[in-house]
Ligand binder design. Structure first.
Ligand code: 5GP
Length: 183
């Protein structure tokens, strides 16, 4: 069996990465999402082991010491990281593994795994991005402002991604991504 592809999948908070991801998985069984570890608190409706492994700061730091992460970063005051072993097992099974991660982690993966595919999801406009982030209603005002100011920083890294996909329409964006990974 040939190995699957590793996909770095990045976009600003609120850009619609999760919605596109859901569509990708409906369209293509080979698409798998890596489950990250994080020290942030679960949002309402999130389950440990499904969206994330929710861990304490000291558990996370223990995993860093054991070299358990393919990449990790701090984002808006919390740690986020990709467990390496699970990713490699899925790739060995021929699955296409998506890492839904922010830019610092994305850069680490591009360096460590130069054969990865990197995709940056862009919003139709920044006004639209702010509207989506607020409409989602999952964060308080302070967190929303932190996430909006992170956008300026993240924007600088878009140039290092091999592909930019515009999220103008979920189904269209998902199909463009499938074309990229299967070409
Ligand atoms: P959220 O708190 O909204 O779930 O995620 C915040 C940001 O962290 C998003 O940009 C998300 O893609 C990113 N993220 C999630 N998991 C990881 C990870 O394992 N590593 C890195 N570097 N970023 C992650």
């Amino acid at each position: 069996m040939s190995k699957g592809k590793l996909v770095v999948y990045t976009g600003y908070s609120g850009v619609g990465k999760g919605t596109i991801m859901k569509r990708l998985r409906e369209l293509d069984d080979s698409v798998k999402l890596s489950i990250s570890c994080t020290t942030r608190n679960p949002r309402e409706g999130e389950t440990d082991g499904v969206e994330y492994y929710f861990v304490t700061k000291s558990e996370f730091e223990g995993l860093i010491e054991k070299d358990g992460f393919l990449e990790y970063a701090q984002y808006c005051g919390n740690y986020y990281g990709t467990p390496e072993k699970a990713v490699d097992e899925m790739l060995d099974n021929g699955l296409n593994v998506f890492l839904e991660i922010e830019v610092q982690g994305g850069m680490q993966v591009m360096k460590k795994r130069p054969d990865c595919i990197s995709i940056f999801i862009a919003p139709p406009s920044f006004e639209e991005l702010e509207r989506r982030l607020r409409e989602r209603g999952t964060e308080d005002e302070e967190t929303i402002l932190k996430r909006l100011s992170a956008v300026e920083e993240e924007r600088k890294y878009q140039q290092y991604y091999k592909y930019t996909v515009l999220n103008d329409e979920v189904d269209r964006a998902a199909k463009e991504i499938l074309n990229i990974i299967h070409s």
